[in-house]
Ligand binder design. Structure first.
Ligand code: AMP
Length: 208
């Protein structure tokens, strides 16, 4: 099975959902820069204070802050690892390449109009970071996380104004990584506008 996997794709493409399933079924460690940053913001750490204004605007947090954070976490992991939301720029991808070989980059491919509806209807767990959707992935009990019982919330950056900005940022800064990993011969595109379990079957084949 592939050891180091980068989850690429626009916000709302299903990186978090498919990443969670890979973690549950195959024991990968999922490192999500977005989750780490949100935790830092909640705990009002120095990093959190610096990152907040960028996140609220749907902009990328500067590379130097992110690369330092990720390098530290990567060192602690042994076994299979999923990088969710990192790298997001070519500079971050080059920095990652210096500390680790990427075995597979999965590009979760979804049209923009689907993403806007998915993101604005997404609800997240502040404690265990599980993700839900008001229509397609409802929790068993409304507003409550199935996994840990915490009260679900809507991320500030999942509100419509910010979502549009995040998609623009994705097209400009992160989409070039598709070419970047294709040239390295490790890219697999996963069409992701469909049923979560059917998509997971494609993902499972790709990681073998
Ligand atoms: P996510 O949960 O992956 O959608 O990330 C939420 C927000 O955190 C993004 O909109 C960025 O502001 C910030 N962020 C997460 N990962 C990165 C990254 N690799 N580089 C820069 N900013 C990031």
């Amino acid at each position: 099975m592939k050891k180091t996997i980068v989850l690429l794709g626009p916000p709302g493409a299903g990186k978090g959902t498919q990443g969670e399933k890979l973690t549950d079924e195959f024991g990968y460690t999922r490192l999500s820069t977005g989750d780490m940053l949100r935790e830092a913001v909640r705990n009002k750490t120095e990093l959190g204070m610096k990152a907040k204004e960028y996140m609220d605007a749907g902009a990328l947090v500067p590379n130097d802050l992110i690369i330092g954070l990720m390098n530290e976490k990567i060192k602690e992991v042994s076994g299979g690892v999923l990088l969710d939301g990192f790298p997001r720029t070519v500079e971050q991808a080059d920095a990652l390449g210096k500390v680790m070989d990427v075995d597979l980059a999965l590009d979760f491919d979804v049209p923009d109009e689907v993403l806007i509806s998915r993101l604005t209807q997404r609800r997240s767990c502040p404690d265990c970071n599980a993700v839900y959707h008001l229509v397609t992935k409802k929790p068993a009990k409304e507003g409550i996380c199935d996994k840990c019982g915490a009260k679900l919330y809507q991320r500030d950056d999942d509100k419509e104004e910010t979502v549009k900005n995040r998609l623009e940022v994705y097209h400009k800064n992160t989409r070039p990584l598709i070419d970047y990993y294709q040239k390295k011969g490790v890219l697999t595109v996963i069409p992701s506008d469909g049923d979560i379990n059917a998509i997971f079957e494609t993902v499972k084949k790709a990681i073998q």
